[in-house]
Design a protein around this ligand. Structure first.
Ligand code: ADP
Ligand code: MG
Length: 163
């Protein structure tokens, strides 16, 4: 992952052998900007790229995904897939051809992922897969998964960190 330029409210630090980016956003627009930078820093690999978004309800996971979708050129409204579990958007992006948004909040067991053809989605490097509530599908995500943590700081402020 390439390291973006740092602003005044951002910091980057080295933990064991990887960089951690941590920053506070004071608005939806700033969260969207972090999403855009995160997207730009992704380097496609031999298989699908997986982003795992952790954090409490209301921490900003869906908001972040909506910003990713906009950045990828999706004009339709990206809603929370909590009730439908998974949504797939076709992209006209050079790197990714599909955005697959999964919300595992209602999963009782990680095996529910198998019913969504998840292992097939993982094989295609043209897929960008975003998983909300990755804790619910522990053991099912590839080792290359990029974990992004969201923390509620105040009504309008969130802390976002990823490595
Ligand atoms: P989650 O998917 O993690 O449950 P959502 O993205 O659905 O959370 O909800 C986040 C809520 O917090 C939205 O209503 C959004 O408008 C609000 N919010 C306030 N400030 C921010 C911020 N800086 N970044 C992201 N969301 C914010
Ligand atoms: Mg959500």
């Amino acid at each position: 992952m390439r390291l973006p330029n740092l602003g005044s409210r951002e910091r980057a630090f080295f933990v064991l052998d990887f960089w951690v980016m941590e920053r506070q956003t004071n608005s939806l627009e700033e969260t969207a900007q972090v999403a855009a930078e995160c997207l730009a820093s992704l380097e496609p690999s031999q298989q699908a790229t997986v982003l795992a978004l952790r954090g409490d309800l209301g921490a900003g996971k869906t908001t972040f995904t909506q910003a990713l979708a906009r950045e990828l050129g999706i004009s339709e409204n990206v809603t929370s897939p909590t009730f439908v579990i998974m949504k797939i958007y076709d992209l006209e992006n050079k790197v990714f051809e599909r955005l697959i948004h999964i919300d595992a909040y209602r999963f009782d067991t990680p095996d529910e992922l198998d019913g969504l053809n998840f292992s097939d989605f993982l094989k295609d490097p043209k897929n960008l897969i975003v998983v909300e509530w990755p804790e619910k599908v522990e053991g099912k995500l590839p080792p290359e998964t990029v974990f992004i943590d969201f923390k509620f700081i105040s009504e309008t402020v969130r802390e976002i960190s990823y490595s």
